[in-house]
Write a protein that binds this ligand. Structure first.
Ligand code: PMP
Length: 358
């Protein structure tokens, strides 16, 4: 069976060699006579995997020495809560938030369970179709939280706001897609299942010195300092997810790292957005200047006339996963690192074909 062009928003496409190597490690891992998922997480073989994965993150993102790298569990959804818990003061705590849609809205909801939230900026007034800009960050908040890429709406911060209070970011859907200055952030968290690996592990990059200042007694599993202290092995880590992430980061390093993938991602986005703008039948769903390079959202101008035919066409072309999120409709093509430009071309060809037949 031939593989599909997978535009899913996550879990999503990973490089073929990553699938092959991980399948082989599940059968037998590195000549140990054991499967990757039956060896002890304390064995030297797995400790090496964890250390290599952490060190690849450091190299690929140029993580400064002040920051620690952790592979934890719970998804980015636990990150919403944990980020607030580890940075918001126990007494009179206030978290500053920029609301750019679903995921940041959820992060806000979790923070409200812990303390107060100050809405620093929001694009709710236009149904989250843009990224707020030129807002002032108050100095009386414990931190500022942003979601760098809104996976559902297809909007992305093109420049990172300057913030005196610690800057925390959910980077689930654009981490490793482009160069970032990690030193600007005190906490970055990201579910693995887009540009890093399979679901099951969540990456945390945290400025060690900013922890332990909340005056709160944290549950061990939710305390980033505990995980740092135990080298990301406080409890049994998600061994398979960490291993596949390691393989995927090795692949990224081999093809030239984040700078190289950034160019490739820009070329893919240019190709697809170019067609969305050129093709009379389609229109983009967000503000042009805030378009995400990872998740392109668009729709047919006249769904009643064309949707049925277009849906048949892209399915016949072997495309998977371009239906928009259930909350917004339309189409969403996610172009994560491992999606090839050839796959984007197949989608563009289907859009052109529809135009010809219309
Ligand atoms: N934040 C963002 C930006 C996301 O895209 C997602 C999932 N798509 C989440 C958070 C939630 O992640 P998880 O399912 O890993 O909890």
């Amino acid at each position: 069976m031939s593989k599909k062009h997978n535009f899913s928003a996550g879990p999503c496409v990973l490089p073929d060699e990553v699938f092959e190597k991980s399948a082989s490690a599940v059968r037998e891992f590195n000549g140990t006579g054991l499967s990757l998922i039956e060896i002890s997480h304390r064995s030297p073989e797995f400790v090496e995997v964890m250390e290599r994965a952490r060190s690849l993150v450091r190299t690929l993102l140029n993580v400064p020495q002040t920051h620690e790298v952790l592979f934890l569990q719970g998804g980015a959804s636990l990150g919403f809560y944990m980020s607030a818990l580890n940075f918001m003061k126990n007494e009179g705590g206030v978290g500053g938030y920029v609301d750019t849609g679903t995921w940041s809205t959820k992060a806000i909801k979790e923070a409200e369970k812990i303390g107060k939230v100050k809405m620093v900026a929001s694009s709710k007034d236009d149904d989250f179709r843009y990224i707020p800009k030129d807002f002032d960050v108050p100095t009386d908040v414990d931190y500022l939280h942003i979601t760098t890429n809104n996976t559902i709406r297809g909007t992305q911060f093109k420049s990172i706001p300057e913030s005196k209070p610690p800057l925390l970011a959910d980077m689930s859907s654009d981490i490793f897609s482009k160069s970032i200055d990690v030193s600007k952030f005190d906490l970055i968290y990201a579910g693995a299942q887009k540009n890093m690996g399979p679901a099951g592990t969540t990456l945390y990059i945290v400025n060690r010195e900013k922890l332990g200042k909340t005056g709160r007694d944290l549950p061990s599993m939710l305390d980033l300092a505990v995980h740092i202290d135990k080298d990301s092995m406080y409890n049994t880590p998600p061994v398979f997810a960490v291993y596949v992430s390691m393989l995927n980061l090795e692949w990224l390093e081999k093809i030239g790292g984040v700078a190289e993938i950034q160019k490739k991602n820009a070329a893919k986005a240019e190709l697809l957005y170019g067609e969305i703008d050129r093709n009379e039948l389609f229109e983009g769903a967000t503000a042009v200047e805030d378009r995400s390079t990872m998740n392109a959202t668009f729709r047919l101008k006249d769904e009643d006339t064309h949707a049925e035919r277009f849906d048949k066409m892209w399915k016949a072309a072997g495309i998977n996963g371009i239906k928009g999120h259930r909350s917004v409709g339309g189409y969403r093509a996610s172009m994560y690192n491992a999606l090839t430009k050839e796959s984007v071309q197949v989608l563009v060809d289907a859009m052109r074909e529809l135009e010809k037949k219309a």
